[in-house]
Design a protein around this ligand. Structure first.
Ligand SMILES: N[C@@H](CCC(=O)N[C@@H](CS)C(=O)NCC(=O)O)C(=O)O
Length: 92
């Protein structure tokens, strides 16, 4: 399994999700297909993660990929199709 947070791709990725969300499942499939190791934060199991998502991203919608670039810039990427496109472009 390749690590999405390694030196070749110097950015940190965190996926906010919950288990029964069909859009999250589509992103999980892409992560699995690409063999990525991405930290996942379940907002239904941990209220602090839900708060992080709302405060950082601006809304309580999953899936959301939190991207922290090596220079510290942060992006909160919503929409399963946009997340999958991003993962494919950077790690496919
Ligand atoms: N178009 C979005 C739809 C995402 C969506 O509807 N997610 C639901 C969960 S399946 C959600 O977060 N709803 C808001 C909520 O549960 O508070 C996508 O493809 O990611």
């Amino acid at each position: 399994m390749s690590n999405a947070q390694n030196a070749a791709a110097p950015r940190t990725l965190v996926l906010y999700h919950f288990r029964s969300c069909p859009f999250c499942i589509m992103v999980h499939r892409k992560i699995e297909q690409l063999g990525l190791d991405i930290e996942q934060r379940n907002i239904r199991e941990e209220p602090a993660y839900r708060q992080e998502l709302i405060q950082g991203g601006g809304k309580q919608q999953v899936p959301c990929l939190h991207i922290t670039e090596s220079d510290g810039q942060e992006h909160w990427l919503y929409e399963s199709s946009d997340i999958n496109r991003y993962l494919e472009q950077h790690y496919g």
